[in-house]
Design a binder for this molecule. Structure first.
Ligand code: PLP
Length: 429
């Protein structure tokens, strides 16, 4: 939360224009991190904002406790059509809560069957699923969570895959060994395993690890083989980030439960979705006396303004053929990334869709600071000075532009990143 004001002056944002933040002095900053990975269309008025305004005039808030509302119903039908193998929807208001709901649904799936011996989640090393207690427990990233480690619930960790890289062909990546180890761990823990949870398509916050082809499908198959529920987190990777609308469909790996957030409203409203398959939902059916239902709900679940945003957002994806536009821009991004190879401090360049990253290293060690400041702060400061807003994940440099970005703005982001890396190289070589 607290980023040192001694290192750079925090800008106070007053408005937005195109893909720019505009601060109180009227300075513009191109959004190079898609507003914490949720910015799709930028900041101008559009069909989504207008539909939200219309909706807020009709009813600004309407609970779904004991009632329903038209927009939450419309969205559930509409959203489930996008997915595959999902039958029911659960609304929350942020990604971490969508994960907590998924964890509770998975736990209760077993306890409704009297299987209370199912007590452990399996998670993939270096995953990130949010900042609430359950999400931290299943998505441990040491840097962020070490102060809470002693109170997080225990999980069983399976190894992370060796991520795909632009300079290494997928055939050279040894996924077999990771899958063998994963299978051994799943088998050993299948009696007590509630579910295996992982990010869909790529890990992002834990260091940007883009899965090699076939890995996710094989994990899904293992979960089925050992009767362990499979939960996929599409919060950061779904809705186009990796060039696919629903990443798990592209990965041919249908989960039992899937979580969506961030880009689903275009970033315009805090809303997240947890979906569940028919198989999962059936364990919650019964008479009230059976007490099988999910005692979990949030004040803002199914908010009609948020649901309206998702509906209009999906319509805009279709109307603007956004997924094919993302794929085109991805070609440009991947091509230009190779230019960073000229810096000896740049290693492990990877990219897919509109997600790209590389590591800054010197003598095999991550470059953590520059001129006495953490590298991430240096990047924020230097990018803002150049009229772009960029962040890094420690010594991992990330490029995560808004999904509907135009080619020229993408070039500006890349040029700025290039200049900053050149400056880092100059000062530490
Ligand atoms: C993969 C993943 N899951 C869950 C979350 C948590 O979402 P939120 O920040 O909306 O709670 C994030 C946030 O970055 C994420 O990247």
């Amino acid at each position: 939360m607290a980023e040192s004001s001694k290192i750079y002056k925090k800008r106070i944002i007053k408005s937005g224009q195109d893909f720019h933040f505009v601060d109180e002095r009227g300075q513009k900053y191109l959004d190079g991190i898609s507003n914490m990975w949720c910015n799709v269309w930028g900041f101008n008025e559009n069909n989504i904002t207008n539909a939200m305004i219309d909706q807020i005039k009709k009813i600004p808030h309407s609970t779904i406790f004991g009632l329903s509302n038209l927009k939450s119903m419309e969205l559930s039908r509409y959203f489930l059509k996008l997915t595959k193998g999902m039958d029911k929807i659960f609304y929350t208001d942020n990604g971490s809560s969508a994960i907590e709901s998924a964890l509770k649904i998975a736990t209760q799936y077993w306890s409704n069957q009297g299987k209370e011996t199912k007590t452990r989640f399996l998670s993939v090393k270096s995953s990130y699923h949010g900042d609430t207690m359950g999400a931290m427990s299943v998505g441990y990233v040491d840097l962020y969570f070490k102060k809470y480690k002693h109170i997080l619930f225990p999980t069983v960790t399976v190894p992370k895959p060796i991520g795909s890289r632009l300079d290494v062909s997928n055939r050279e990546i040894d996924t077999d060994r990771v899958i063998e180890k994963t299978e051994k761990i799943i088998e050993e823990n299948s009696d007590k395993a509630i579910a295996l949870i992982m990010e869909s398509g790529a890990q992002i916050a834990g260091g940007v690890n883009i899965y090699p082809a076939g890995y996710q499908k094989r994990v899904a198959e293992l979960c089925r083989k050992y009767n362990v529920l499979f939960i996929l987190d599409e919060i950061a990777t779904g809705f186009g980030r990796l060039g696919n609308m629903i990443e798990y469909i592209a990965q041919d790996s249908i989960p039992d439960i899937a979580c969506f957030g961030k880009a689903i409203t275009g970033g315009y409203f805090p809303l997240a979705i947890t979906t569940a398959s028919r198989k999962v939902y059936e364990e919650f059916e019964g008479e009230w006396i059976d007490q099988k239902h999910l005692y979990h709900g949030h004040t803002f679940s199914g908010h009609p303004v948020g649901c309206t945003a998702v509906i209009e957002n999906i319509k805009m994806y279709r109307k603007n053929k956004l997924i094919s536009k993302i794929r085109k821009n991805s070609n440009l991004l991947v091509k230009r990334l190779t230019e960073f190879n000229q810096f000896p401090i740049v290693s492990n360049i990877r990219g897919k869709g509109l997600l790209a990253a590389f590591d800054l290293v010197k003598n095999g060690n991550p470059i953590k600071s520059i001129n006495g400041a953490p590298i991430s702060m240096f990047i924020i400061k230097e990018s803002l000075r150049r009229g772009v807003y960029l962040r890094s994940l420690g010594s991992t440099i990330v490029i995560i532009p808004p999904l509907a970005i135009d080619k020229d703005s993408l070039e500006i982001i890349l040029n700025t990143q290039f200049e900053i890396v050149a400056e880092i190289y100059k000062s530490i070589k």
